[in-house]
Design a protein around this ligand. Structure first.
Ligand code: BGC
Length: 416
């Protein structure tokens, strides 16, 4: 007999995600490209902040058609791309219309394959010329230019895309760029962090308003990396209390800047927990098995994140990112199964989750960590750009086909 507790509701969306800079390749116009070039010129490897340059990445810009064939093979029914602002507006007063038309072709190519396109307007990068003029700290410039960019995207894609994400992970981007100092412009300053975060949240509201007005029938969302924080040491009440505060603060700031009226759905990105140890925040606990990013694994955090969003917004929820960097594909399947079980628990609680999108479709450029971190259901050999569908990709295809969680050891046949 079938176990209903392992079955997703009819119509539940299974899909995949990616972002422009991380997979397209050939970008010399973004703040990242400039930072990578500058790093290349600094001799001392100890001072390096970035593992390597993005270069051709996964050459998605030229290979998207065949990648969508593979996306279908791994069971993706909805796929998120992002539009690279720096490619569309590489310098002041320029608009690269050809690039916009190629994005339109991407959307059509997805539709031809039966994949629902989801388009994200901002995923981490800035045009270098804007970064040079202060980036997220020049709020007026950013909003004026982002508005112009969004208008041009709506003009070309507005009628062919139903699912929109305004801004990806404002909290993470502001943290990495202005608090942790791991993303350009590598700053560590709380005031700047708050200012940058507010700029990103304003970008969200701006884009949402523009979409609402121009294409009222579409679904507007945002993707928030849910910060799930726990105390490092069991029984340590100070750490426990601090963890609750940090979590309320980090998630609360994003909630405050993204009113319900600006959204039709809400996206939760979730990878793993953080631990408060004394006054610092760590991505892992001693003794825990970790991913290749050095992150602990705790699927309970995904239920927490979905519950958090559901109680605040009460809107349809999507897991817009979840996945693992690992060279061990059996471990990836275990991670996937555990996190999809969390989605099922959330559904049993009555939380309105309507879809799950795996990060990532293919291996790609993992920001400051470079290419060594393998998140894809599809592996990429960067020397040849040859793709290989992983066993986890076939496991995901089976899930998407049947709407049920396959066993870890399922016999997975190669999809045709
Ligand atoms: C980001 C992705 C990134 C992934 C894994 C998310 O924070 O949206 O760009 O690759 O996490 O680190």
């Amino acid at each position: 007999m079938k176990d209903d507790s392992e079955t997703f509701p009819r119509g539940f969306l299974f899909g995949t995600a990616s972002s422009a800079y991380q997979c397209e390749g050939g970008n010399s116009w973004s703040d990242w490209a400039v930072a990578e070039a500058a790093e290349g010129r600094t001799a001392a490897p100890r001072g390096r902040k970035l593992a390597e340059a993005c270069g051709e990445a996964a050459d998605f810009w030229n290979r998207y058609r065949s990648d969508f064939v593979l996306a279908r093979e791994v069971g993706s029914g909805i796929h998120r791309i992002s539009i690279e602002w720096s490619r569309v507006v590489p310098s002041p007063d320029t608009l690269n219309r050809e690039a916009l038309l190629r994005y339109r072709d991407m959307v059509l190519a997805m539709r031809e394959r039966g994949i629902e396109p989801m388009v994200c307007l901002h995923h981490f990068t800035l045009p270098a010329w804007i970064a040079k003029r202060g980036g997220l700290l020049s709020r007026r410039l950013v909003l004026a230019e982002f508005g112009r960019f969004v208008r041009s995207v709506i003009d070309v894609l507005g009628n062919s895309v139903s699912w929109w994400v305004t801004v990806n992970e404002p909290g993470i981007l502001a943290t990495c760029s202005y608090l942790a100092g791991t993303f350009p412009p590598f700053k560590k300053n709380y005031i700047a962090y708050r200012y940058a975060l507010n700029t990103l949240l304003s970008m969200h509201r701006l884009a949402s308003g523009m979409l609402r007005e121009a294409v009222p029938q579409v679904k507007i969302g945002a993707a928030h990396a849910f910060t799930y924080v726990k105390g490092m040491h069991r029984g340590n009440l100070f750490e426990k209390a601090l963890a609750a505060l940090v979590s309320a603060h980090m998630n609360g700031l994003v909630f405050a800047g993204m009113p319900r009226s600006s959204l039709d759905f809400f996206g939760i990105n979730y990878y793993g927990p953080n631990y408060v140890s004394g006054f610092s925040l760590r991505p892992s606990r001693e003794g825990d098995p970790v991913t290749d990013m050095g992150w602990s694994i705790d699927p309970a955090g995904l239920v927490e994140g979905l519950r958090w969003a559901w109680t605040r917004y009460g809107l349809p929820l999507l897991v817009t990112e979840n996945g693992i960097a690992t060279e061990n594909d059996a471990f990836r399947i275990e991670y996937l199964r555990a996190h999809l079980s969390s989605v099922l628990s959330a559904l049993r609680e009555g939380i309105g989750v309507v879809g799950y999108m795996h990060w990532a479709l293919t291996d790609n450029f993992e920001w400051a960590e470079g290419f060594s971190k393998r998140f894809g259901l599809i592996g990429v050999d960067y020397a040849t750009q040859v793709r290989t569908v992983r066993r986890s990709g076939r496991w995901f295809a089976e899930l998407s086909r049947s709407g049920r969680l396959p066993e870890l050891q399922t016999q997975i046949s190669r999809a045709e």
